[in-house]
Design a protein around this ligand. Structure first.
Ligand SMILES: NC(=O)c1ccc[n+]([C@@H]2O[C@H](COP(=O)([O-])OP(=O)(O)OC[C@H]3O[C@@H](n4cnc5c(N)ncnc54)[C@H](O)[C@@H]3O)[C@@H](O)[C@H]2O)c1
Length: 489
């Protein structure tokens, strides 16, 4: 089949590469001429594991091409997919659909024959009706069959998610759209991937309902992590015990700094806006959003307290800027509000991210961008793990202990092997777990290294001094007495 995808961002490029890999002829369109030029030159503008190889392989055989206008629309295209952004509106919580509607209008103007048009962008329920109306009024003589085909890929895992989806949802109101989409996805349904056919409105809502549910799961586990800290137990053990129940499932039960990214925050807001417009209260979703918002402040306060002295002259290394690992996307990342709060408190901030530095440089000011995690930590008083990058797991505790001015880690992803760090004299704060104190024999303590002493750290200080005397080491600290840490997608 011949497919056109309008909007060549995270979703459009992944869809284009994967559709062409499945055997379709695909043209990816974007209004950003520079982006199209780079794509034609083989430069992939986003970091997504596996994407570059797939794109280069399919462009080489001519099955994937790029354009910055709709010129190819009338060359036998079987379906046009809209994959442009639907950012939050600048006026209220709703989704800004101006780009979607602009594409609908442009496609209707450019079309010379009947067409199937499919919305892959995440759009509120009823948007398909409006797209159909716009197209009909723009080109009344043509028949446009408008369908919804929401995308569920996760950045960082997008190729796998697209090629082996849990489900494909198509929302159709007519046979031409149904037949076209069944043919588009035949290579996947033939491999046993389920295709769910619904009304167009239901498909639109499936996407929002799914994201809101996942956001709720994250907010739930984050609040539970706070309770674990308060009662001195470990969220990992609790989540592990919960997750084995198939009704609950083990995914999205990792406590962390709160959800971010380009989807969950805006999609929750847009769903709440839809509910409000329709006179419905979604109190569970509202609470999940409020819990996530509150987490931002709580995380910053935690890091500041972990410094365990005045904020002046303190240096914090923030490791990880993207909202999750394996992407370069920093949209709505939890790292930014944390950095902002640290700066407001007069703390110097050094940052490093394996992939997100390019985007972050356009947004962050007054921070020191470093070339490696180790460079960011050198001379720092505290290191904060904000993103679960695999390469941070390999950080050597001894090297870090020597490089840092004071040995403090706030591991917001429970990523590191904390045992190694306490052995090297670190105080280790994690999420939903007791704070770990330096091992008695740790080099930092042997050299008269500092112990935590603030009011929040009463338990910890006591534990530390008794450890030093008795040799009966480790984490009996009850972490912090208040506040919240967080989970993340
Ligand atoms: N990023 C994700 O993980 C993800 C997952 C599922 C669904 N979605 C949804 O998919 C949609 C796209 O998200 P994204 O992250 O790919 O966005 P993006 O911002 O990365 O890409 C959108 C692209 O559309 C282009 N564009 C805008 N208007 C255009 C026009 N008139 N003609 C041609 N190109 C145009 C932009 O230049 C940009 O390159 C959103 O609705 C989003 O909510 C995103």
């Amino acid at each position: 089949m011949k497919l056109m995808i309008v909007g060549s961002g995270y979703v459009g490029l992944v869809a284009g590469a994967c559709f062409s890999e499945l055997g379709h002829d695909v043209v990816c369109v974007d209004r950003d001429a520079g982006k199209i030029e780079r794509l034609r030159a083989g430069i992939v503008p986003i970091f997504e594991p596996g994407l570059e190889a797939l794109m280069l392989a399919n462009t080489a055989i001519g099955r994937l091409t790029f354009a910055n206008d709709l010129g190819g629309l009338n060359n036998g295209v079987d379906a046009v997919f809209i994959a442009v952004g639907t950012p939050p509106s600048s006026i209220d919580q709703s989704a800004d659909l101006s780009m979607v509607f602009a594409v609908a209008r442009d496609v209707a103007r450019a079309a010379t024959s009947d067409l199937v048009i499919v919305t892959k962008s995440t759009v509120p329920v009823g948007t398909g009706d409006e797209i159909a109306r716009i197209m009909r009024s723009t080109a009344p003589k043509l028949r446009f069959c408008v369908a919804s085909n929401p995308e569920f890929l996760r950045e960082g895992n997008a190729i796998k998610d697209f090629m082996a989806p849990d489900r494909i949802v198509i929302g159709v109101e007519d046979d031409p759209a149904r037949v076209a989409l069944e043919r588009v996805y035949a290579p996947l349904t033939e491999r046993g991937r389920p295709l769910v056919s619904t009304s167009r409105r239901a498909a639109e809502l499936v996407k929002y309902a799914s994201n809101c549910f996942l956001a709720t799961k994250i907010s739930f586990i984050n609040e539970l992590a706070d309770l674990c800290e308060a009662v001195g137990t470990d969220i990992e053990e609790v989540a592990g015990g919960m997750g084995l129940d198939r009704r609950i499932g083990s995914t999205f039960l990792q406590a962390g700094p709160g959800y971010g990214g380009s989807c969950f925050p805006k999609d929750c807001d847009a769903m709440l806006a839809t509910a409000k417009t329709n006179g419905v209260t979604l109190s569970v979703v509202s609470s999940a959003v409020a819990a996530n918002e509150a987490r931002k402040d709580a995380i910053a306060s935690r890091v500041i307290r972990a410094l365990d002295c005045g904020t002046e002259d303190n240096v914090v290394a923030v490791l990880g800027l993207t909202f999750k690992a394996d992407t370069d996307d920093v949209r709505q990342t939890p790292a930014f509000p944390l950095i902002h709060a640290l700066k407001q408190a007069g703390i110097s901030v050094r940052v490093f991210d394996p992939q997100g530095m390019g985007h972050a440089r356009k947004i962050l000011t007054d921070v020191e961008f470093c070339h490696s995690a180790l460079e960011a930590c050198s001379g720092a008083d505290c290191a904060v793990i904000t993103t679960e990058w695999q390469e941070f797991c390999a950080l050597d505790a001894r090297t870090l202990a020597r490089a840092m001015r004071r040995q403090r880690i706030v591991d917001l992803r429970n990523l590191l092997d904390h045992e190694n760090f306490v052995r090297e004299g670190f105080v280790v704060h994690s999420v939903g777990r007791p704070t770990r104190l330096p091992d008695q024999a740790a080099p930092g303590l042997r050299d008269g290294g500092s112990a935590p002493a603030s009011a929040d750290w009463e338990d910890v200080s006591l534990a530390l001094s008794s450890n030093v005397e008795s040799g009966d080491v480790v984490a009996r600290g009850r972490a912090f007495s208040s506040g919240a840490y967080g989970a993340a997608p």
